[in-house]
Design a protein around this ligand. Structure first.
Ligand SMILES: Cc1ncc(C[n+]2csc(CCOP(=O)(O)OP(=O)(O)O)c2C)c(N)n1
Length: 524
């Protein structure tokens, strides 16, 4: 067996059975090995950012890594932005990067580059296999590293001759168990009790900030009990990797993106308890504005790190401070379908809230058009919400690809701003080719709307029209229905509430991919 076959067999044995690939010449033996090992599903992505974002979506939904197969340094570089988002999401992910044959590297062939440096910028674990015999054990180590709680990117670099040399044996493995978080000791729980019990005293206010697995149902239920018994405020981090929400699950608001709004949510907080979340910071610095919304003098304490058993820590805290409290379990409360009229982002949110299917997976890259979505969907039947964890746009359509492959029985809704959609629009082709049940809504406001706002907030002096022109997506308008149709995804355009409602109903009811271009009033 050659190195590539032994690696693929080892990966499959470890429970890694999906490979999002954009290969090149140095990966040809890996590609050929997929014929020899049919248990590994190869999914062709037409850009590396789609492969890495899809592996992120897959890992977020299953807790297990998929692989992203990438072509040398340039292929890895094309995939880096979505690897960055995956790193921020703590997603378990195995990146496999082909390289030149070991003896060929010294010739400095055109594709030669510093793969290790690129990989190191996003990976928690990087290894280069030296020999075919070593490669299977390296692959097994990569899977174990990726699954180390809370999950990380493990990059295995495979030189071409390592993949084509015979004499390798797969490492025989049972599928790795899903990552085991570390239990939280008594001290952080005692500190949390201290902060919450102090609330009875004058002026103290406690906020619990949930992140990572702190946004799973059991964790939300424990936090809700604590809030009911102590009056503590519970908030979610701004961009969660995966948030279980909807009817029957205690609702939490997210900390706002704008630092002034986040500061007002945290105003008066004297004790901030972090449960799977980092201490909040402003997304950017702005002249004269603070870098963190945490009030000065507030005591920040860590109940549980992202790799800890966050639900367990919250449950232990709830058992001590709220033994008799019950979690809130809101009933289904959908918005009314709005009256017909011009389609706006607000009306689209109400329609989505009214129609969101039970068990849906929402990949949210709606950006400014998404402002009304959390409120409109919070009472919809239970669903998962995946957001843009690292701020690198172009994630939503790839993320939906991976989520749909991970959960073929669930409906996936990709809510995409038009500018972000264009970074990785070729994901639509993979949606069509794989027949994925993904409904994509493009919020076509024909602008980089948020940057229009940021232009003002940063205080940049705008004197002419050139600056605004760099944030404008008209001239020409992008025809998303034509783009989608060209890649095999049936598509429609909605300009009214009634059109959007009927198109969304059809798209959600019919299996397979659909795209709806929501033509919004221009925001240029
Ligand atoms: C990889 C990457 N490149 C560039 C940016 C800078 N950026 C932030 S928002 C944005 C435009 C967003 O426009 P769109 O997706 O249409 O959303 P809208 O603001 O119109 O709601 C850009 C270019 C980024 N965040 N990430």
């Amino acid at each position: 067996m050659n190195g590539a076959q032994a690696v693929v067999r080892t990966l499959v044995g470890a429970g890694v059975t999906t490979c999002f690939a954009n290969p090149g010449t140095s990966e040809m033996h890996f590609v050929a090995a997929l014929d020899a090992v049919p248990e590994m599903r190869g999914v062709l992505c037409l850009f590396e950012g789609v492969a890495t974002g899809a592996a992120d979506g897959f890992g977020r939904m299953t807790g297990r890594p998929a692989t992203a197969l990438l072509h040398l340094g340039p292929g890895l570089a094309n995939g880096l932005a979505n690897l960055h988002n995956a790193r921020r999401a703590h997603t378990p992910l195995v990146a496999i990067v082909g390289d030149h044959a070991t003896y060929h590297k010294r010739f400095d062939a055109p594709l030669e580059s510093d793969i290790d440096a690129l990989a190191g910028s996003v990976s928690g674990w990087v290894r280069r296999s030296a020999r075919a015999e070593d490669a299977p054990a390296d692959a097994a180590d990569a899977v174990a590293a990726a699954m180390r709680a809370p999950g990380q990117i493990a990059t295995l670099i495979l030189p071409a001759d390592v993949t084509w040399t015979d004499g390798a044996e797969p490492v025989v493995l049972a599928p790795f168990p899903v990552r085991e978080p570390s239990p939280v000791g008594r001290r952080p729980i005692a500190r949390g009790m201290g902060a919450l019990r102090g609330l009875a005293g004058g002026g103290a206010r406690c906020t619990i900030l949930l992140g990572g697995t702190g946004l799973s149902r059991p964790a939300l239920e424990a936090a809700s009990r604590i809030a009911a018994a102590t009056g503590a405020q519970v908030l979610a981090e701004t961009f969660p990797a995966r948030h279980e929400r909807g009817a029957g699950i205690p609702h939490v608001d997210r900390l706002a993106y704008l630092v002034e709004m986040a500061a007002s949510q945290l105003s008066g907080t004297t004790h901030l308890i972090l449960a799977g979340a980092s201490s909040p910071v402003s997304f950017f610095a702005y002249p004269g504005k603070p870098s963190t919304p945490v009030p000065p003098g507030c005591h920040v304490q860590v109940l549980a790190e992202p790799g800890d058993d966050v639900p367990g820590a919250l449950a232990a805290l709830a058992d001590r401070v709220a033994p008799d409290a019950q979690p809130s379990a809101p009933a289904v409360a959908r918005p009314e379908l709005p009256a017909d009229g011009e389609l706006t982002a607000e009306a689209a949110a109400a329609v989505i809230g009214a129609l969101l299917p039970e068990g849906a997976i929402v990949c949210d890259e709606a950006n400014t058009s998404g402002l009304w979505l959390p409120g409109a969907t919070k009472g919809a039947p239970p669903h998962d919400w995946l957001s843009l964890t690292g701020g690198a746009i172009g994630q939503g359509l790839p993320l939906a690809t991976g989520a749909a492959i991970a959960c073929p029985d669930r409906s996936v809704l990709a809510l995409e701003a038009d500018g972000s959609a264009m970074y990785t629009a070729s994901a639509l082709w993979t949606h069509a080719r794989e027949g994925l049940d993904i409904t994509t809504v493009i919020y076509s406001n024909r602008a980089y709307a948020i940057l229009n706002m940021e232009l003002e907030r940063t205080g940049a002096p705008v004197t002419g029209t050139t600056a605004r022109d760099l944030l404008d997506l008209s001239r020409p308008n992008i025809d998303f229905t034509a783009l989608a149709a060209g890649m095999g995804v049936p598509a429609t355009r909605a300009t009214t509430v009634a059109e959007f409602t009927s198109q969304l109903r059809i798209a959600l009811a019919e299996p397979g991919p659909h795209l709806i271009e929501a033509a919004l009033p221009p925001r240029g």
